[in-house]
Design a protein around this ligand. Structure first.
Ligand code: ZN
Length: 178
């Protein structure tokens, strides 16, 4: 399952079939616009600050690595996350169904970054950091949120990475056996 922040993190794409091919989708024309539309976020006027987006991505990756290893983010990582959220303030609103919502107070890239940071903060606040996984296919490294009941999902997709690794292990065993 993808969350706003894991989806953003996976803009750093690795070819799961191997070969070491990677793509930085933040630099792919149209990717950011499609990403924002998919998550219902407005596309700010003006060009994105790619440097700031990549900095945020590497912060999130560091936190994901810590969580996937069963640890917790360091205090300086939390401070950095707080700084990103502080730069994109929100407005509290009550809806017609009496639901309380937080809406970005503006439509700048700082607000987009704050929304992405808040998505990870929410995962932590819900006590679900232990569900963060990095696909066990070493060529893939897709970051995902394990929403299965028994929390045993090891691959981003069983049909792709799961099968690939299973076949690889089977062949390795056959080789040793012959
Ligand atoms: Zn994978």
């Amino acid at each position: 399952m993808d969350l706003l922040w894991t989806s953003f993190l996976n803009s750093e794409w690795h070819d799961w079939r191997g070969g070491g091919h990677t793509e930085d989708r933040l630099e792919t024309p149209g990717w950011v616009e499609r990403f924002l539309a998919h998550w219902g976020l407005p596309c700010p006027a003006g060009p994105a600050d790619l440097g700031a987006l990549k900095e945020l991505r590497s912060l999130l990756r560091g936190m994901a690595v810590a969580l996937a290893a069963g640890g917790t983010p360091a205090s300086d990582q939390l401070a950095a996350l707080n700084a990103v959220m502080a730069a994109g303030p929100v407005i509290r609103q009550i809806g017609a169904e009496h639901q309380l919502t937080l809406r970005p107070a503006g439509a700048t890239w700082a607000h987009i970054e704050a929304e992405i940071a808040a998505s990870l903060a929410q995962t932590l606040a819900e006590g679900e950091g232990a569900r963060v996984r990095i696909c066990e296919n070493p060529d893939c490294l897709w970051v995902f949120y394990d929403d299965t009941r028994n929390r045993t999902k090891r691959f981003c997709e069983d049909k792709t990475c799961g099968n690939l690794i299973k076949v690889r292990r089977f062949r390795a065993r056959q080789k040793r056996g012959s």
